[in-house]
Design a protein around this ligand. Structure first.
Ligand SMILES: [Zn+2]
Length: 394
């Protein structure tokens, strides 16, 4: 008697999805040399070589391509490298990470992964803002250019270059997630048309995209696991005693753990976005502490004391208590961080439908996020937006 019907397993239920490799951080970052295997919820028979499907497709130009711009839009009409093909089982985890074809497959997997996370928070499929003209997003896997950009119908990935080494952005989840963040925002709010002079749409867009990147990164179990093991569960930031953030190998964490307030930034969009990003990250950490306390893994006083002005002995006491609890029940710490991540991600996603791209100011965006959050998350967001001078205390 055959207990398992191999043919059924093999030809199997293609509805289970399709396997890919994703590097949660680029493979040259220490500790992140190995990719994670992920299942994207797309049936195997709905992904063509490329890869491509009903939402997006990848092209890899054979010759150097000019970046898209106002007068240059997709679809790409030039010669391309052969499309990446799945293995005989129709999964895409057959392609060697050091091959050229891997760039296309990895970029596709990252873009889909991020889109899925945010569709999950929004609670329905996201319709591309350009879908009247282009039904599908075109991803250009490699452009010989030191930049990455998303625009009307496209996502193009260049490369960075330092010490003579070229590093394609197609291997960089952080960059791809940020660009997909721009596309998600425009798809949810619409394109600004007659923006008022005081509008903060562009700083908000940069802040939102960085948070999309941070929260998407925190959807990798391996990333949460590494972060918590390295810090032994201690994400306390506001102290020179804890330098975990600035030496953190994770780009998203370094960026999100800044100390800037609105009175300390310029009008330049990326600079002006920093306090908003910092407030979101701090709110996640605050909610994480709340979860830990509720689950008996941290000192109650963590919630009352001003963590930005912690004395050395308090800091050491918190750190030791956390480390001890972490050594006994690390799973609880993972649950706490996921709960905090989702409370904030959900609020941010739900806020988008109330945002007017022509008028939005950072304070209004912050109020919209607070209004979309539940009790403890709303309180954490409000106090952090206020500390950053994005809103005033009520
Ligand atoms: Zn950007």
């Amino acid at each position: 008697m055959r207990l398992l019907r191999d043919d059924a397993l093999e030809s199997g239920d293609t509805r289970l999805g399709t396997r890919f490799w994703i590097f949660p951080q680029p493979p040259f970052i220490p500790g992140y040399e190995q990719p994670d295997r992920v299942w994207l919820p797309i049936p195997r028979d709905e992904i063509d070589p490329g890869p491509g499907d009903a939402r997006m497709y990848v092209v890899d130009p054979l010759y150097d391509k000019e970046p898209y711009g106002f007068d240059r839009l997709p679809p790409f009409g030039g010669a391309t490298l052969p499309p990446a093909r799945p293995g005989p089982d129709r999964h895409f985890d057959n392609i060697a990470p050091n091959s050229r074809a891997f760039l296309a497959v990895h970029a596709y997997a990252c873009a889909h992964f991020v889109l899925n996370v945010w569709q999950g928070y929004i609670g329905r499929p996201i319709r591309w803002f350009f879908d009247q003209t282009f039904p599908r997003l075109e991803i250009v896997a490699f452009v010989n250019w030191d930049n990455a950009q998303a625009g009307y119908g496209f996502l193009e990935l260049g490369r960075s270059e330092s010490d003579g080494i070229r590093r394609p952005y197609a291997l960089n989840l952080d960059t791809i997630a940020h660009e997909v963040g721009h596309l998600i925002l425009l798809s949810e709010t619409g394109i600004p048309t007659t923006m008022s002079r005081e509008a903060d749409f562009f700083p908000f867009s940069e802040a939102f995209s960085d948070v999309v990147s941070l929260i998407s990164f925190l959807h990798f179990d391996s990333a949460i696991d590494r972060l918590l093991r390295r810090t032994r569960g201690n994400l306390l930031l506001y102290n020179e005693l804890n330098r975990f953030a600035e030496t953190s190998p994770e780009t998203q964490i370094r960026l999100a753990t800044n100390f800037r307030r609105m009175s300390e930034v310029t009008r330049e969009v990326h600079d002006r976005a920093l306090p908003f990003i910092g407030a979101i990250f701090d709110a996640i950490v605050e909610l994480y502490h709340r979860e830990l306390v509720a689950r008996d893994c941290a000192d109650m006083r963590l919630l009352d004391i001003d963590l930005r002005h912690l004395e050395q002995d308090d800091f050491e006491r918190f750190r030791d208590a956390t480390a001890e609890a972490f050594s006994v029940k690390p799973m609880i710490f993972g649950l706490a961080l996921r709960a905090a991540r989702d409370a904030v991600g959900q609020a941010l996603a739900a806020s988008l439908r109330t945002i007017d791209p022509n008028m939005v100011q950072l304070g209004q965006a912050a109020r919209a996020v607070i209004a979309a959050a539940d009790g403890p998350a709303a309180a954490a967001l409000e106090s952090n937006f206020a500390w950053r001078e994005i809103i005033s205390f009520r």
